[in-house]
Write a protein that binds this ligand. Structure first.
Ligand SMILES: [Ca+2]
Ligand SMILES: [Ca+2]
Length: 152
């Protein structure tokens, strides 16, 4: 029990106010609609990146606690460099995907190079959409100890 309290305190200690924690990550929804590039830059200003997602529990956490009932939000996945070679903006490896069955599709041969969590509330799967679409977005940063957080 003491260990649990300790872990709980550490969690509170490690995520900044306004960020929600899950495992080693801190997550924040930015509800102001932005194109994908602006969204990524806004995350970087907060020492974060657009969210990367690596497990189903992480995906479920994001749907339940961060995305909630929003129609569609940006995540950090993109194939801007090579078509259908998707990468995360935080440079973590792509080990998990949650595509809608018909995605990614570069719909009607339009360039869809940025990835959102889908329109359907029931089926919050991933869809590639044009990067200039305006959507709310989710930033993520990895927890680190306060002492490591200060900038040079
Ligand atoms: Ca594409
Ligand atoms: Ca698509």
């Amino acid at each position: 029990f003491i260990l649990y309290v300790l872990l709980f305190k550490l969690k509170l200690y490690n995520c900044d106010v306004g960020w929600q924690s899950f495992q080693a990550g801190c997550y924040k929804l930015l509800s102001e609609k932005s194109d994908w590039n602006v969204a990524q830059k806004a995350c970087q200003k907060m020492d974060a990146n657009l969210v990367s997602i690596h497990t189903l529990p992480e995906m479920e956490f994001i749907i339940r606690n961060i995305k909630k009932d929003l129609d569609q939000v940006w995540i950090g996945l993109h194939d801007r460099e090579m078509q259908m070679d998707f990468q995360w903006t935080d440079h973590t490896p792509v080990i998990f995907t949650f595509w809608h069955p018909y995605e990614p599709n570069n719909f009607r041969n339009t360039q869809e190079d940025c990835v959102s969590i889908g329109r359907c509330v029931q089926d919050a799967r991933w869809d590639d959409v044009p990067c200039n679409t305006s959507l709310p977005f989710i930033c993520k940063k990895i927890m680190c100890k306060k002492s490591l957080k200060s900038k040079p």
